[in-house]
Design a binder for this molecule. Structure first.
Ligand code: NAP
Length: 331
């Protein structure tokens, strides 16, 4: 049973690269951090998005690549080596009306903390098709991150499909042309949502073609994706497309439901950090790191970077508060 302090110095919510990096820095700063890493569920497992990818080839320090799971295990082990305490429960509520903050877990446990670092990440949106999740989790050629997985040998010289019509879909399709024989963008409407410059770049690429007014109704394949069943949204006509890889780019949803109305969020639900290059939110003592505050880069290495920043800011905030508390009152 994890021992809790009456008032924790630093509580970190999450268990991806941002969370473990924040924990590592806070632990080495002797702040005795507590991590609420989340409870496993059908949709989420501790470790975050990287637990759903196979090989990670763009995290520095691993020249031969590393599996997402191993990378997260190693990050956690490094934080625990410096005595980070871990509770495997979700946070369902945070009271930020005063400091210390009070967090309530899914098991009803209350944790009181002077600083909190939110690193709950964002989840990629999926179509919700039966074979999609199975093949995504088994490394069967279905992925919600082309930049993470596109360079894997299995996708070389294949016809690859990207679903979506936003900037991410354009960016991912263009990126995939480096490896693919052909990239097919499948979009449900007859015009892209993407910025004109990104759309133009994709449309001008000779390796990219677009299936307009088309939705994916089924992902085909046993151990590896072999094709997609497509449906024309106008005529209702169905057809099959053979593909050697399927990438989703239909947006992300930040895991901030429990923060609604408490912390400033942008329209899409990402936590706002009012000062650029800072992780402090609009609530003093509350910091945000990783994909939950970053709709732009969304990389493991950038998440780890902001985790480090959040821990350093929390440490400085605590030191500043301590100094203020110790200061004699002005007569
Ligand atoms: P997005 O702009 O929300 O686009 C999501 C796309 O997925 C839309 O085209 C949408 O179709 C489609 N979609 C959503 N749900 C779908 C479903 N169930 N079935 C089929 N299609 C579905 O998301 P994003 O592209 O990830 O971009 C997010 C933000 O990051 C944007 O502000 C974007 O500009 C920014 N971003 C910028 C860059 C860059 O500047 N380099 C790169 C990536 C992202 P509809 O259009 O029909 O709604």
């Amino acid at each position: 049973m994890t021992q809790l302090r009456d008032v924790e110095q630093v509580v970190i919510v999450g268990s991806g690269p941002a969370a473990w990096t924040a924990a590592l820095y806070a632990a080495r700063a002797r702040l005795d951090p507590l991590v609420l890493e989340g409870a496993p569920s059908r949709e989420m497992i501790p470790g975050g998005q990287l637990m759903f990818t196979t090989d990670v080839e763009n995290y520095p320090g691993f020249p031969d690549g590393v599996t997402g799971q191993e990378l997260m295990d190693r990050m956690k082990a490094q934080a625990v080596r410096f005595d980070t305490r871990v509770i495997t429960e979700d946070v369902v509520d945070v009271n930020v009306d005063g400091n210390p903050f009070v967090l309530r877990s899914s098991e009803g446990q209350e944790v009181t903390a002077r600083t909190v670092i939110i690193a709950t990440g964002a989840r990629a949106n999926w179509l919700g098709l039966e074979n999609e999740q199975r093949l995504a989790q088994s490394g069967g050629g279905v992925s919600a991150c082309a930049v993470c997985d596109g360079a894997l040998p299995a996708f070389r010289d294949q016809v690859l499909a990207v679903v979506g019509g936003g900037d991410s879909a354009m960016e991912e399709a263009i990126y995939l042309t480096k490896f693919a024989k052909e990239v097919v963008i499948i979009h449900r409407r007859d015009e892209f949502r993407a910025s004109p410059i990104m759309a133009e770049r994709a449309l001008d690429n000779p390796k990219i073609r677009v299936e307009w007014n088309t939705v994916v109704t089924e992902v085909l394949g046993g151990d590896f994706v072999e094709g997609l069943r497509l449906k024309d949204t106008g005529t209702g006509e169905e057809r099959e497309l053979s593909v050697g890889g399927f990438f989703l780019a239909i947006g992300h949803t930040p895991n901030t439901a429990f923060l609604q109305g408490k912390v400033e969020l942008d329209e899409a639900g990402y936590i706002l950090t009012p000062t650029s290059w800072r992780t402090a939110t609009n609530i003093p003592g509350l910091f945000a790191a990783g994909d939950v505050m970053d709709p732009f880069y969304r990389q493991a290495v950038t998440a780890a970077g902001t985790g480090c920043m959040a821990a350093l800011e929390a440490e400085r905030w605590l030191a500043h508060q301590g100094a203020e508390e110790a200061e004699p009152a002005v007569p």
